[in-house]
Design a protein around this ligand. Structure first.
Ligand code: GLU
Length: 413
């Protein structure tokens, strides 16, 4: 996976270019939209528990702010690199346009392995990230959120650090906070719930077969989606994490499985199923495959193994352009990341609105508003795909690009 990551930004741009070919957008606008507006690289000194100072490299890419303040999560992972963060920030730009919230796109990352940190080290790194980027963040400027291996607690430390520097509380500088500290109801499960709304929307138009689901990734999004879908009549036949996988054709008992994962730290070894290699998850016999881990999960090397009729992209960038093309030719419907996983940033937006107005919504209000937005976005993307006879990813980019072109013109570009 590592050696493929540097191509990830090149691949991301190809997705936009496929849409640009279909509609009339000046080349200079495409050129503008493919260049990150600002790239910030920082070195963060952290006092480790052994008394030594360790320096961590961190990034923030503020890709595009044409539609509003830049917005997107922060990832703590050993494989983070600038190309990846650029791609992730690029995707945030288009995701925020597809789901129709007034934000541009950004993303951040720190090269580190948070699994090896003590709680104190994690806190000092989180605060260090904000100290290093303090001038570049702000509720009207750039608003981070959780991503891979970052949590509500980390968001709380970051908000606290930013507020201390400013001298007053700035809740709106970051989203995905704990409820007690300005977080929104429903934010923790929002990415998964959004994915579930999308698959329900799809059900009216796409044959989902026997609704057997295989999920790659058992983090916040993957695990929550497994719970939601299994309670809504879908059968979760396999799930994997960073260590291995587990499968049961009759359907996994998700509550029990998550207890097992909580206890042992892994899905494998679960008595209600049999172990599989984590690589096998892509080829599991199922109707819906859900990549919910990292980029480059379906590539030209393993695309032939995919047996699903629908791929619901909950991870960012899980399918390479070559694999995308082959899946489309085979009649597999890929519901693209910038639509399927937009529930997370959508509820981040709701959180930010609640922080600005100082009025907290009920979980029901969050759900209702979410449902309307997700259904609209699905409809727009699906109808563009039909109109242009392309896959849903290109449909999504056509829709977003047409809207972005409008903004460019209005701003005088
Ligand atoms: N990290 C999430 C994403 O990739 C959420 C971003 C946000 O809430 O700003 O969409």
């Amino acid at each position: 996976m590592e050696e493929k990551t540097p191509k990830v930004f090149e691949n991301a741009k190809k997705q936009l270019e496929a849409a640009a070919e279909l509609i009339n957008i000046p080349e200079e606008h495409i050129n503008l939209l493919e260049k990150p507006r600002r790239i910030i690289e920082v070195n963060i000194p952290v006092r480790m528990d052994n008394g030594k100072i360790k320096i961590f490299r961190g990034f923030r890419v503020q890709f595009n702010n044409l539609r509003g303040p830049t917005k997107g999560g922060i990832r703590f992972h050993p494989n983070v690199n600038l190309e990846e963060v650029k791609a992730l920030a690029f995707w945030m730009t288009w995701k925020n346009t597809v789901i129709d919230i007034p934000y541009g796109g950004a993303k951040g990352g720190v090269i580190c392995n948070p699994k090896e940190f003590s709680i104190g080290e994690l806190e000092r790194l989180s605060r260090g990230y904000v100290q290093a980027l303090e001038r570049d963040l702000g509720a009207e400027r750039d608003i981070p959120a959780p991503d891979v291996y970052t949590t509500p607690q980390i968001m709380a430390w970051m908000m606290d650090e930013f507020s201390k520097i400013k001298g007053f509380n700035v809740f709106g500088v970051i989203t995905g906070k704990p409820i007690e500290l300005g977080g929104s109801k429903g934010r923790d499960v929002a990415t998964a719930r959004g994915g579930a709304y999308i698959i329900k929307e799809a059900e009216d138009r796409i044959d989902l077969g026997k609704k057997r689901v295989a999920i790659q990734g058992c983090g916040n999004a993957g695990a929550t989606l497994a719970s939601i879908l299994s309670s809504e009549g879908f059968k979760i036949v396999a799930i994997s994490d960073s260590k291995g996988g587990v499968m049961n054709e009759k359907g996994l008992d998700i509550d029990e499985l998550l207890k097992h994962k909580e206890k042992t730290g892994a899905v494998s070894g679960f008595s209600g199923g049999r172990n599989i290699d984590k690589e096998e998850i892509v080829g599991v016999d199922c109707d819906i495959f859900v990549p919910a881990a990292l980029e480059n999960s379906i590539t030209k090397e393993n695309v032939d193994k995919v047996k699903a009729r629908v791929v619901l992209e909950i991870a960012n960038g899980p399918t390479t352009p070559e694999a995308d093309k082959l899946l489309f030719e085979r009649g597999v419907t890929v519901i693209p990341d910038i639509l399927s996983n937009s529930g997370g940033v959508l509820v981040s937006y709701f959180e930010w609105v609640q922080n600005r107005t100082g009025y907290a919504w009920t979980e029901e209000e969050v759900r209702e508003k979410m449902k309307v937005k997700m259904a609209n976005a699905f409809e727009e993307v699906y109808s563009k795909a039909l109109l242009f006879k392309v896959n849903m990813r290109t449909g999504a980019y056509v829709y977003a690009l047409q809207r972005m072109e409008e903004v460019l013109k209005l701003r005088g570009y």
